[in-house]
Ligand binder design. Structure first.
Ligand SMILES: O=c1nc[nH]c2c1ncn2[C@H]1C[C@H](O)[C@@H](COP(=O)(O)OP(=O)(O)OP(=O)(O)O)O1
Ligand SMILES: [Mg+2]
Length: 203
């Protein structure tokens, strides 16, 4: 019996408008299920009004499930920096007020300009939420964290978001210097996905 046939669905909508995330999630799930980006059903993104990653991931998954009539998987993620009391956290995508990844990275470097290397600890968080339909009262919620450090300047060109500033101690390089496959083995998102696969009986 193939692994895919153990899932209670054969198609899954990815509730994200972030191309980097979509590619990573597709790579992690593509063998098990047909993965469809939510843009095929809806252009508007839901407002992320939650105060936690969990709440925002549920809002996103519900929105995509409602628009598509299919099960939906959402990721709400972000960077929590020790020296900033966990900021930008759930506000990571909006840190520089909607100016995108480059503006966010520039603002982060500025916020940490007087902070020494030993105090630049940070972690990426990913919360994955799977909802079988928009009214699903028992969403599956999985979380992964990835510990590292914020560098003094950007390095690398892979990945997205804060990857150029995130030092990966287990590889001795920036996250944006990792191969795509390697990031997908060790990242916060990979850890959350490993948990989800277990919960779904996939591994
Ligand atoms: O692996 C990662 N490598 C680098 N940066 C990352 C990563 N994972 C999350 N991040 C950053 C990007 C963004 O600043 C925020 C996520 O915000 P978040 O709202 O979850 O995603 P998003 O708005 O980009 O797309 P969407 O909400 O449609 O899924 O954290
Ligand atoms: Mg977002």
């Amino acid at each position: 019996m193939s692994e895919a046939s153990r899932l209670p669905f054969s198609q899954l909508v990815l509730a994200s408008g972030n191309a980097g995330k979509l590619a990573e999630l597709q790579a992690m799930l593509g063998n098990e299920v047909e993965v469809i980006p939510q843009s095929r059903f809806v252009q508007e993104e839901v407002e992320e009004t939650g105060l936690t990653f969990v709440e925002n991931a549920i809002l996103k998954a519900r929105h995509a499930a409602r628009a598509s009539g299919l099960p939906a998987l959402a990721d709400d993620s972000g960077l929590a920096v020790d020296a900033l009391g966990g900021a930008p956290g759930i506000y990571s995508a909006r840190y520089a007020g909607g100016g995108g990844d480059q503006a966010n990275n520039a603002k982060l470097l500025e916020a940490l300009q007087d902070v020494s290397d030993d105090k630049r600890g940070a972690r990426f968080i990913s919360v994955l939420v799977l909802m079988l339909h928009a009214e699903d009262p028992t969403p599956i919620i999985c979380e992964g964290a990835w510990h590292g450090r914020i560098m003094q300047e950007p390095r690398g060109s892979q990945g997205f978001g804060y990857d150029p500033l995130f030092w990966v101690p287990e590889r001795y390089c920036a996250s944006a210097e990792l191969s795509y496959a390697d990031k997908n083995r060790i990242s916060h998102r990979a850890k959350a996905m490993a948990d989800l696969r277990k919960r779904l009986g996939l591994s």
